[in-house]
Design a protein around this ligand. Sequence first.
Ligand code: PMP
Length: 380
Amino acid sequence: MYFDYAATTPPHSEVLKTFEAVSRDFWANPSALYRPGLRAESMLEQARLQVLKLLGAEGKYRCVFTGGATESNNMALFCSARHFKKRGKHLITGAVEHPSVLEVCRALEREGWELTVLPVNGCGVVEPETLRQALRPDTTVVSLMHVNNEIGAVNDIIELGGIVKEESNAVFHVDAAQSVGKFDLSLDGTPVDLLTFSAHKFFGLKGSGALIMKERLELPPLLYGGGQESGFRSGTADVARAAALAKALRLSLENRAEIYSRVELFKGKIAAALLAIPDVELNGTLENSSPFIINCSIGGVRPETVLQGLAEKEIFISTVSACSARKTAESAVVFALTGKHERAKTSIRISFSSLTTGEEVDTLCAEFGPLIDALRFKKK
Ligand code: PMP
């Protein structure tokens, strides 16, 4: 029983079929001018257009295929910061961003940019007023995530982006790795300039993602070379991966609303089971958060022992996000919203997808309480 879909999802069989068929039938270099190359290019452009249409971005945004959200975040931040440096060298991000945003901002800070890291409130979201007060005439890049990967907190990116546009000339970047394919997300008429996502979060392939960027933004590339992807990302384009990404996105959006409602029920059920256990506190709130992720701290119990106890029953959950699971003993995200080391050291994350079943949820609910009791009893 897998409850770590926020870390990754298995590729959909249709996505694998598309990847195989396109790899086999459209393997020519899409930059080549002979017929097989032109056919590959046409397949690539079809995938690009489909992604843009599915995100309500057709005609106003470009889609640059990348090696995933980490690359998209690096590209968005390094390229826009460098491009607008004459206008100003002040960057803004949030305290609970993914390392592929925070670490890039820190790298830019070391290169001479000034960085403001906005605190989050007790729900894990950036308050509009906090952002408004941090914006300055020399702010050139603001990067805030849509859905947090550890606690599922949802930033109101429309309101936050609106403030960025009202109060500054900054570029607004959104890391939407945890919302694309799950949320009703259309870029049409939004203040978002750059949007990041990764295909493996919605049953696509790993090492595959995109950066969606406003048509008028002419950023310098991160990777220099042959000028593929309209010059934004050099390197021979992976047509099959692009087609697979478009397929994964289309499939995940097909029953999106129904899946969303179903996991909402699952989250409610698990929250009730968790809160019935003494000394368990939810990190983040049930309202204004993603139904796909639930996070809590379990007082007096080491999270690794909870993971282990559940793993012995073939139930797989995680502590902090997979990206930091092997590095830190405490969750920087949980600390940012609670201010308590104990909470940050004892947090666990459970995440769902369309593949999660009611029986799995019932099993998890039934196993959780007795396991925590047993672990606490053992300690005594
Ligand atoms: N941003 C967020 C919010 C994420 O959850 C992840 C994946 N954990 C990433 C960025 C990075 O994605 P990838 O590992 O596919 O590059």
